[in-house]
Each structure stands twice: as structure tokens, then as C-alpha cells.
Design a protein around this ligand. Structure first.
Ligand code: AMP
Length: 255
């Protein structure tokens, strides 16, 4: 077992970060916890490419436009820390709101184009919250590389663009979506699906992969019991978000 250092106090973490020096190759994997194999694939990649790996576990309230979604977001810190210890992660930061947002979100990072489409249409302010927290994490951690999943394709694209726009000194590494054996994209929210919806959920990806138009895919999803937020094609990719009950699922496939 690895000696995992857990930092809850960001002042303590930032002091510790200074002792590591600027030359260290440090990999950052930002997460909201409730870890699954999708997260672990990013973490394993980081461990293989860096001297040290740090995982952030923080359910970022500013990216939730729906209060209930935030309230119901699954949390299992003890299990997460066990997983990270077993993997050989070096550091975890697990801050509280006051330390991430000393300005109470007075300052935020806004993108005014791509972030307004797709998920941004249904979740106003979502990507402002995402970009702001990721920038804060980059400033606090000063990673060499940061790891993100293609599952959140719009998020990944925006983060890459943010890094380029602000000359941020970090290399963004992206990894493919990990799926359950039935094709459902792994997600922390999957545990919130009831039994009936969990059986239905794999049809989301099956229909997304069909050689049919986006409009036809939307129709088929609706016929199969999904509430569809959007199905749209963008740069050789089909992006989609659906709801089963109160649970929102996203996915994307190359077309
Ligand atoms: P989250 O905890 O949902 O904010 O996700 C943290 C990181 O894990 C993000 O970069 C996600 O894109 C990535 N991620 C989430 N689910 C998966 C998955 N099924 N496969 C690969 N990466 C994922």
C-alpha cells in the first residue's frame, strides 16, 4: 500500500506543493468523487506518465444549475480513498467551498460560444462553473499534465481551448470513455438509476451508434422511454444528453 497524503486544507497543500519544486512531473486528475473504472483509467495513465499523481475530489457546486442534482450527487469518500491508496496515488485534495471560492464566485471564467451549445443550453452556467474550478485547480496544483475523459466531450474541448487561450502551462491528456459490459458509459450518476431505468439505459449508447440521422436517433430514444435533451452532430461526433427519471446521462460517439 502506498502512503497516500490527503489534504483538506488548501493552505497546507499549497505550502506542500512548494516543497515539491517546479521541476517535478506532476499529473492531476480532477474528479467529483464516487470513483469508478472510468476515473481509474485516467489515474492509471497519470501514474504511468508522471513522477507523482494528485487526484482532486470536489463536488463543485458552481457547475450544478439544479440544486437537487447537487444535493443528490453520490459521495463516498472512504471508498474513494481506499481505491486511490490501492492504485498508488500520491496525493488527494478534498477542499471545502470557502477555500475554493474565497470570493464566493465573484470572479468566474466564461466562454461565450461553444459553451452555450448542447449541454450549455440545458444547463445555463454549467461550463462557467467547470472552467472556473479547473482553472483554480491548475493554479493550486501547477500540474505538468491534467487528465480528462472523452465522455464529457464538450467539457474536454472547452478545457483544451481555455488552456490555449490563457497560455496555461499544462498539457491536457484525454482518454476514451470506459463502459459497462452492456455499453452504458460509466458515470457516478449511474448508481442513481432505478432498476427499470438501469435496464433501459444501455439503449442510449446503442441508439447513438446506429447509422441513422441525429433526428431519427432522437425519435428512437423517445420511443424507447428516454426524455431527450439533445442529439446533435458536431465535428464528426454525435453528442447527446437524455434523462431517465431525474437522472441525466450524457454520451458521445464518433460518426
Ligand atoms: P467527474 O467525476 O464525473 O467530474 O469526472 C472526472 C473525470 O473523469 C472527467 O474528466 C470525466 O470526463 C472522466 N470520466 C467520467 N466518466 C468516465 C468514463 N466512463 N470514462 C472515462 N473517463 C470518464
Amino acid at each position: 500500500m502506498n502512503d497516500l497524503k490527503v489534504f483538506k486544507d488548501m493552505t497546507v497543500w499549497r505550502k506542500y506543493r512548494e516543497t515539491l519544486g517546479q521541476k517535478i512531473e506532476l499529473g492531476l486528475v480532477p474528479t467529483m468523487g464516487a470513483l469508478h473504472e472510468g476515473h481509474l483509467s485516467l489515474i492509471r495513465k497519470s501514474i504511468s506518465e508522471n513522477e507523482k499523481t494528485i487526484v482532486s475530489i470536489y463536488v463543485n457546486p458552481t457547475q450544478f444549475n439544479d440544486k437537487n442534482d447537487f444535493k443528490n450527487y453520490p459521495v463516498d469518500l472512504d471508498q474513494d480513498l481506499d481505491m486511490l491508496k490501492n492504485l498508488g496515488v500520491d496525493y488527494v485534495i478534498n477542499p471545502v467551498y470557502e477555500q475554493m471560492y474565497p470570493d464566493n464566485y465573484r470572479f468566474r471564467l466564461t466562454e461565450n460560444n461553444f459553451s452555450k451549445l448542447f449541454c450549455g443550453k440545458d444547463r445555463p452556467g454549467h461550463f462557467d462553473g467547470v472552467l472556473t474550478i479547473v482553472m483554480k485547480l491548475f493554479n493550486m496544483v501547477k500540474p505538468t499534465r491534467a487528465y480528462f475523459g472523452e465522455k464529457d466531450f464538450q467539457q474536454l474541448t472547452l478545457i483544451k481551448d481555455m488552456v490555449e487561450s490563457f497560455f496555461m502551462d499544462v498539457y491536457i491528456v484525454s482518454l476514451p470513455t470506459l463502459r459497462e459490459h452492456d455499453g452504458l458509459a460509466m458515470s457516478s450518476r449511474n448508481v442513481l438509476l432505478n432498476e427499470i431505468d438501469r435496464k433501459l439505459a444501455p439503449w442510449f449508447n446503442k441508439i447513438l451508434k446506429m447509422n441513422i440521422s441525429a433526428d431519427e436517433a432522437k425519435k428512437r430514444l423517445e420511443e424507447n422511454g428516454f426524455a431527450v435533451d439533445y442529439v446533435e452532430d458536431y465535428n464528426n461526433r454525435r453528442l447527446a444528453a437524455v434523462r431517465l427519471g431525474k437522472v441525466r446521462l450524457i454520451d458521445n460517439e464518433k460518426i
